[in-house]
Design a protein. Sequence first.
Length: 274
Amino acid sequence: MKADVLRGMQALTQRTWSHDSSCHIGDLAWQRLMHVGREDEWSTRLWEVDGEVRAWGWSQAPGDLQLYVDPAHPELADEVLVHFGPKTVTTLDRATHVLDALRRNGYVRSDGPYLAYLTRALTGLPEPMLPKGFTVRSVTADDLVHRVAVHQAAWPATRVNEQSYRAVTAAWPYRAGLDWVVVAPDGSFAASCLVWFDEANGVGLLEPVGTDARFRRLGLGRSVCLAALRALRAEGAREAVVYPVAGDSRHPAALPLYEALGFAPYARSVDYLR
């Protein structure tokens, strides 16, 4: 994937980010780079006005589309939909300018599984509490193999590997100081939390978070998130968001974890079909 395409998508997302936005600059970096060799599976197009990206569409599968449109140029949503002609579109229930375009173009909302969007102010963060022998720290350049291993242990079906994670760490706005792991007594990594900081908007995104199945139910997911959130606050952030999180039974542990950390839902995904 061309780096200028990703940066164009991120530039629009950062410039217009709010709680009405369906994605975050870090979400884009992770989703576009977490798996190598997928570019041939995707179709992406940017729309520019006066030399600035004002809309983009990203089709990750035939008939499916993710789009992001500058609220100041709502008419571009129609152009994106006409260009891709998707059967299914997933967006945010607060993105009213996109919802209006979907309805104008004959799409109907489909009620079914949804994804929750969560937020938390970075005040009142408690200290991480770890079992005896466990420690928590941010990663270093020498940790790549172990960092990938803990992600693979948490997500056995993942296509993340050393090559793709190296690409992630080279992408803007990745910071090693916001990539945190819990180290088990045997030296292996037991849990991880990566935070992406949008400095212009003062908001960080947790993506991804996971715990090796051998170490679950020890509170390690909570601890690694708290350590990462405290590091995010030290960088100057005011808010953290998590999305998307399954709002149904597909991942029953995720939503309770974040709610126990003080995150609260503020929006949800919606699917529109034609």
